[in-house]
Ligand binder design. Structure first.
Ligand code: GDP
Length: 433
């Protein structure tokens, strides 16, 4: 998918515009707090064209000098994006920082769109003409708070797409292999490709240097997302640790299932968790692959012990299957592919309302609904409203009464009764009208 990056100085409203664009296509707003605080990447679509939207303002570095941060964000956008949207705001007029950003963007041989936020009324829309001085073409007035001008902005964005990114077969199962440098991601890719029929290797995706690889196993086609990002080594941007995290997040967004790779010879570190949390929040399927399983000397309980540690460190991923592999010997590498297929199936699973409501009845009998400040939660009805991830709405007397722990109990009940291995499940509470 094409990547569209939002760039701009602080407070111009990047995250407001980001959320506006994202939420315009999301029917149900989730009321469950995620693991990661803010999402900076999301899939979006306009006029049937899909893209990945990035708020570069959310990518921060150790560096606390604002100007340096913004320069780096702009550099990342130049490297990573297919289309760059520079956002400024009409109330602040053209600032030095705007000019600094514009200068960096001149270097990009990529389409750049200039959008000016906070153009809330006709007078302010008139003021945007100052921004011609940035030399980035016609400024498009938008208002994040009113939602106006977004259609024009989105039209401009999608008009810049090459249109050659529809080559992917719809039936392909898309997965990404995610993890820190040296955990063995490219070794795993090579091992998978060595065992299976490669259909189109290294197919050029978009103007970016992202490359997807397609292979076939037992009549099913799979796409490994962004194998270029997996194979790329020792380039300058690997110095910025967050940068490779960002690339991983982009790959996750474009996948059905993310394989989080952990190095058995090293164990779990903080960065592993950050990326895994992202996959979870994005509602993607997750599989945990412990690689280099040939290295540690083993006793009969080694595997159980490692599973215990993983379950402790990744508590919210209790649904993710764990597979112990060695890219070196090929041990269980094929299991990764079969697991991907299972998880894809599970994330598309639909449960009939009648079956759900039988389950609900049993569940509330086992564990009565909670009593909060003298008021008891009443659940009237439950229905599935979406797949990928499976999303359920429960109609209740008061959504405030459905606490995390009871929600968790319901989710566990569902997992015991239906196969949702590898996929998060979402439950939303709605007041019965
Ligand atoms: P990436 O940066 O995650 O793509 O990691 P690489 O695939 O480049 O692997 C990093 C290093 O680990 C290389 O020296 C590999 O040969 C080695 N390696 C990868 N997988 C295994 C494995 O299963 N067992 C062992 N012993 N070494 C491995």
């Amino acid at each position: 998918l094409p990547v569209v990056a939002l760039v701009g100085r602080p407070n111009v409203g990047k995250s407001t515009i980001f959320n506006r664009i994202i939420n315009s296509r999301v029917a149900i707003v989730e009321d469950q707090p995620g693991v990661t605080r803010d999402r900076i990447y999301a899939n979006a679509q306009w006029m049937g064209k899909q893209f990945v939207l990035v708020d570069t303002g959310g990518i921060t570095f150790e560096d606390n000098v604002i100007e340096e941060q913004i320069k780096t964000q702009a550099e990342i956008a130049i490297n990573e994006a297919d289309v760059i949207v520079m956002l400024s705001d009409v109330t602040g007029h053209v600032t030095n920082l705007d000019e600094t950003i514009a200068k960096i963007l001149y270097k990009a041989k990529k389409p750049i769109i200039l959008a000016i936020n906070k153009a809330d009324n006709p007078e302010q829309r008139n003021d945007i003409y100052d921004f011609y001085s940035l030399g980035l073409g016609d400024p498009i007035p938008v208002s994040g708070s009113h939602g106006t001008g977004l259609g024009d902005l989105l039209d401009a964005i999608v008009s810049k797409f090459n249109g050659n990114n529809t080559t992917d077969d719809d039936n392909n199962i898309r997965f990404s292999i995610i993890g820190r440098p040296n955990v063995g991601k490219s070794s795993i890719v090579n091992s998978i490709l060595g065992e299976n029929r490669v259909i189109v290797a290294d197919m050029e995706g978009t103007t970016r240097d992202a490359i997807d690889t397609i292979f076939e196993k037992d009549g099913q086609k799979y796409t490994i997302v962004d194998t270029a990002g997996i194979r790329r080594k020792g380039k300058v941007y690997e110095k910025v640790e967050k940068y490779s995290v960002m690339r991983s997040i982009s790959a996750i967004e474009q996948s059905d299932v993310a394989i989080i790779v952990i190095d058995a010879s090293v164990g779990i570190i903080e960065q592993d968790k950050h990326i895994a949390g992202y996959a979870h929040d994005a509602g993607k399927g997750v599989i945990i692959a412990v690689n280099k399983w040939d290295v540690p000397s083993k006793t009969t309980t080694s595997m159980q012990d490692f599973v215990k540690v993983i379950r402790q460190e990744f508590q919210y991923l209790d649904y993710a299957p764990i597979v112990f592999v060695s890219a070196k010997t090929g041990q269980r590498i094929e299991d990764i592919v079969s697991l991907v297929k299972n998880v894809k199936e599970n994330q598309q699973r639909r449960i009939q309302s009648s079956v759900l409501n039988d389950l609900l009845l049993d569940a509330t009998r086992i564990t009565p609904t909670p009593l909060v400040n003298g008021k008891r939660l009443r659940i009237y009805y439950m229905t599935q409203v979406a797949v990928v991830p499976p999303t359920f709405v429960v109609f209740v007397n008061d959504p405030e009464l459905l606490h995390f722990s009871y929600k968790r109990f319901l989710i566990n009940q569902m997992r015991q009764n239906f196969n949702f291995e590898g996929t998060p499940i979402k439950i939303l509470a709605r007041k019965r009208k």
